[in-house]
Write a protein of this length. Structure first.
Ligand SMILES: *Cc1c(COP(=O)(O)O)cnc(C)c1O
Length: 411
């Protein structure tokens, strides 16, 4: 496919590192526009996983034998790499999890134990279900109060309403950095600063920002930050929870088991230090190691130029979609990442998605795990296209042609 983008990244070089992009789907060249659901994996990550199982596999933190020590070193080096990429104060603030959902559940369970009846937690109306349901479970368990910041029609968060909800009872504000269904970037610096003024801690759901924004935890000053490996060129089943050590240290363990203990007896069990206190049982070892490799891949990119490229794709696609009269785009903020949610007249999103798939275009349709947003707009769902660094304007042209053809068939 011809590369016609303006940004100074070599898209074809990047594409050549992602083997799946040469796949045919339903006899057509794959056009993968479902990057907000999961990113594709570069060869260096795939090779790392294969190589690990062929040559390095052993359990970690346990054996005296060489393989076990090498695996332990590789796993801990991945932790260090991620810690320095995010600019954490200490490697021990980086907890390996199964992903974003697991990270939020860990905080709800453990930080949640420190809360008392009447304490308040604030989330927003644009959260992923994984940043809603764990707090609802905590609400019934600990008799805390969950409050929801509304959004404007544009999809942007209502900051005035947020300030009104904040008070000295607010113990945690848990908010997504970027909306997975609308692509809107939240003003998290302001949200973090205002929350801290009333003494509330802040959890940032970084599932959609880690791959699009440069994260500096010292600059952000959030108390917790969670993301999934699979959305940032890494494998599924692994993710990261960052927490400030002074908080993680006073939080009780989430799960009990091997590795998280210092000493076990039937009289008294004591717990391991951070990060191991929160990593019970044999972890996803190869996942952690390969997630480190995913950050090597990111380091090999010109990140700023990749951002320019993704924004060019966004503007290019928006312009083409806006030219189709029956199309309505949801989430119209200027402050967006490369995600577009839209509907076509009253055609069901699922029907469009099915016809696009027949033409080799992978998009997401439905509520995107954000049913409250769909209720807000009074729609059953949307069609969502989400672009990554390896996508091209040429692919957008083919997608728009396939979309027009689908609209013709369905109208
Ligand atoms: C994908 C996503 C999640 C959930 O991530 P999992 O990998 O399924 O645990 C949470 N929040 C946002 C904003 C997401 O995009």
């Amino acid at each position: 496919m011809k590369d016609t983008t303006q940004s100074r990244i070599a898209v074809q070089d990047i594409r050549s590192q992602f083997p799946i992009l040469t796949q045919k789907v339903n006899g057509r060249d794959l056009i993968y526009f479902d990057n907000a659901a999961t990113s594709q994996k570069p060869l260096i990550v795939i090779d790392k996983i294969k190589n690990y199982y062929e040559k390095e596999n052993a359990n970690i933190h346990r054996g005296v034998h060489s393989l076990s020590q090498e695996a332990t070193t590789a796993y801990e080096q991945a932790r260090q790499k991620i810690s320095s990429y995010l600019n954490a104060k200490s490697d021990s603030e980086i907890i390996f999890t199964k992903g974003t959902t697991d990270g939020i559940n860990l905080i709800a369970s453990s930080f949640g134990e420190l809360l008392s009846p009447g304490d308040e937690i604030i989330i927003s109306a644009m959260e992923h279900h994984s940043n809603i349901v764990p707090w609802q479970l905590l609400e019934s368990r600990k008799k805390i109060k969950l409050k929801v910041v509304p959004i404007h029609k544009s999809g942007e968060i209502d900051l005035n309403a947020f300030e009104k909800l904040l008070n000295e009872k607010t113990k945690l504000v848990s908010i997504t950095h970027i909306s997975n269904s609308l692509g809107i970037i939240n003003p998290i610096n302001e949200i973090i600063r205002k929350s801290h003024l009333v003494g509330a801690k802040v959890l940032i759901d970084g599932a959609q920002s880690i791959q699009h924004e440069k994260i500096d935890l010292q600059e952000l000053n959030c108390d917790f930050f969670v993301f999934s490996g699979h959305k940032v060129y890494g494998p599924t089943g692994v993710g990261v929870l960052y927490g400030k050590s002074e908080l993680l240290n006073i939080m009780p363990p989430y799960q009990g088991g091997g590795d998280m203990i210092e000493k076990v007896s039937f009289e008294k069990t004591t717990f391991n230090v951070l990060p191991f206190k929160f990593e019970a049982g044999t972890p996803n070892i190869v996942g952690g190691i390969a997630l480190g490799t995913a950050f090597d891949f990111i380091d090999s990119l010109n990140f700023e130029q990749c951002q320019v490229h993704e924004l060019e794709l966004l503007r290019y696609a928006e312009a083409q979609l806006n030219a189709i009269p029956t199309i309505k785009i949801f989430g119209t903020s200027k402050n967006k990442t490369s995600v577009i949610s839209f509907n076509v007249g009253d055609i069901h999103p699922f029907d469009i998605g099915t016809l696009l798939d027949k033409q080799g275009v992978a998009v997401r349709t439905g509520h995107h795990c954000t049913q409250p947003i769909m209720d807000f707009y009074q729609i059953p769902g949307t069609i969502r296209v989400s672009f990554s660094i390896y996508n091209t304007k040429g692919e957008i042209d083919l997608f728009v042609a396939a979309l027009n053809k689908s609209i013709q068939i369905l109208s």
